[in-house]
Write a protein that binds this ligand. Structure first.
Ligand code: C2O
Length: 546
């Protein structure tokens, strides 16, 4: 029988401070966060589910993991410890490029702080994986203790597993959590909801379950003769927020801040309220907007973040259900059904509430980008090679696989224009490590097939006369996506121009670390079943000195 909706209360994941206070002074802190095998109750009527969970101890580990709260300018050190067993709880495909431990030393893992501007040795490179007790380590592994600098602007980030070939199953198993960089001296002046009770991360994802409570993942491949277990994308019907299926939250009649993170492997969410309540969008992946923007709908790709205020005094009913109508795969796949179209329910308490927060007219203004200062323009063309059975076999960027030598070598501090042409059928959330991006414009490609066959032959956008094809209709960048981001949705059949900045956008413009060191950084599509698996969608880059 189907699980009943709105019977479990929304949890707030445990909050861990990434700083200490000694004699009233805020100082750096070292944390030890483990990855544990345990069980987790996703729903009142579901037996406990075996999961992999982050936490300070096995007992306190949660799915999602704890919310790490840090302060701008105060460094946080984290030793991520792998306590996982030697056998995975989910099927994984050994025929794709995958982290392979030498013996049965355990499951490879590595943690990436998504949106973090940190030294490459602490960036969680896919080949910097390690097994339990660091007994076995990937070729790019450098050290145990990761250093998070927290020098960037205040905002919302998240951490998640990033191990080569195993990311999708490690994330499906539960290895992700929220990370917040706060800068009270700036943020408090805005007078928006900021206290723990009214400032809540919401990590949203989809899973299916077997009768015994275990996570269901189909382990027969779409095309068993090529890859016995591989399936392109994971979609499921049970929508989970902060570790509970279709939870409810009792809220007061006042403003709240929600940091919504789409931690699904492949599902896009297009959020709206059933009673027309609006979102007041104030920030995105890792940065604030210039000003609040009212929206009825928000589309979030996997790994994207929307920070919103919701003013429950504006609700015309005593409850409001958060819904979703994004097709999957996005944009041309199945329509949502009765189950995956519902997310969670807010139950609004009666009575008058004194709310001392305000809605400012402007938020944080960053120095304006200057596209004319861009030092270089790069073409990035995405397309799939298909086998004769029509199964996509490789996804390349500019015809290069992940294993290819470094392709892009931006200079530290540089601003660049990247022109990304997506010749596939799906929207790809492109994520760039280290850099922050600003979407400039999108233009439809006319004659996708012709351009694609030329690219497959010549692998050269200029030789293929790219300008002949990029001349379709212009698609506006939505107002709330015009700010600094670290992921942008590359629409199918479109050329998207983004400005990429390899430096801070805060007052401090220099790196306090050597960004040119090994193992470098990667950029990739964040549909984790593709990029984090067989389709090699990543290219390592390192940054030579200025
Ligand atoms: Cu969210 Cu390369 O990662």
């Amino acid at each position: 029988s189907a699980l009943e909706m709105f019977v479990d209360e929304l949890p707030d994941m445990p909050r861990i401070k990434g700083f200490d206070i000694v004699n009233g002074v805020r100082v750096t802190k070292s944390l030890d966060i483990g990855m544990f095998h345990k069980t987790w109750k996703f729903h009142r009527d579901l037996p406990p589910t075996p999961v992999f969970a982050y936490g300070l101890s096995q007992e306190t580990a949660t799915v999602p993991g704890p919310t790490i709260e840090t302060l701008q300018g105060i460094h946080t050190y984290i030793t991520w410890r792998n306590y996982l067993p030697s056998k995975h709880i989910l099927p994984w495909d050994p025929t794709i490029p995958t982290a392979m431990p030498h013996s049965s030393t355990g499951i490879p893992t590595v943690v990436h702080l998504h949106g973090g501007i940190d030294e490459p040795q602490s960036d969680g490179h896919a080949n910097a994986w390690f097994t339990a007790g660091f007994r076995d380590r990937g070729p790019s592994w450098t050290k145990e203790k990761y250093h998070y600098d927290n020098m960037q602007h205040p905002g919302t980030l998240w951490y998640h597993d990033h191990a080569m070939g195993l990311t999708r199953v490690n994330i499906l198993a539960g290895l992700f959590g929220a990370y917040i960089i706060r800068q009270p001296s700036v943020e408090l002046t805005l007078q928006m909801p900021y206290e723990e009770e009214f400032d809540r991360p919401l990590l949203m994802f989809d899973r299916n379950f077997n009768k015994d409570g275990s996570i269901f993942m189909n382990s027969t491949g779409n095309n068993p003769s090529i890859h016995p277990q591989w399936r392109p994308e994971y979609f499921a019907d049970v929508i989970i927020v902060n570790g509970k299926a279709w939870p409810y939250m009792i809220v007061r009649r006042r403003r709240y801040r929600f940091r919504i993170i789409n931690t699904s492997n492949a599902r896009f969410f297009s959020f709206y309220f059933d009673n027309g309540l609006e979102f007041i969008h104030i920030g995105s992946d890792s940065a604030y907007n210039n000003k609040p923007i009212r929206l009825n709908k928000i589309l979030l790709a996997p790994s994207e973040i929307a920070v919103v205020l919701i003013d429950f005094t504006e609700s015309n009913s005593s409850s409001a259900t958060l819904c979703n109508d994004a097709p999957y795969p996005f944009p041309s796949g199945d329509q949502v059904n009765k189950r995956n179209s519902k997310i969670m329910k807010f139950i609004i308490t009666a009575g008058h509430e004194r709310d001392t927060t305000r809605l400012p007219t402007t938020l944080i203004k960053y120095p304006p980008p200057n596209p004319t200062s861009a030092s270089i323009t790069r073409y990035i063309v995405m397309y799939e090679y298909t086998s004769n059975t029509d199964e996509p076999t490789h996804m390349y960027i500019n015809a290069k696989p992940f294993e290819a030598p470094v392709t892009e070598t931006p200079k530290v501090g540089a601003t660049e224009i990247w022109t990304v042409i997506n010749l596939t059928e799906d929207t790809h959330p492109l994520h760039i490590h280290l850099g922050l991006i600003l979407a400039l414009n999108q233009t439809k490609v006319v004659g996708v097939d012709e351009f694609k066959s030329c690219m497959m032959e010549l692998n050269d956008a200029t030789k293929c006369k790219v300008d002949k094809y990029v001349r379709g209709e212009t698609i506006q960048v939505p107002a709330h996506e015009k700010g600094w981001k670290n992921v942008y949705k590359m629409m199918p059949g479109c050329e998207t121009t983004i400005l990429v900045r390899f430096s801070y956008i805060h007052s401090n413009e220099s790196y306090p670390f050597d960004a040119t060191a090994e193992p470098g950084y990667i950029y990739h599509c964040h549909v984790s079943d593709i990029s984090f698996n067989m389709f090699v969608f990543w290219i390592i880059r390192s940054l030579p000195a200025r």
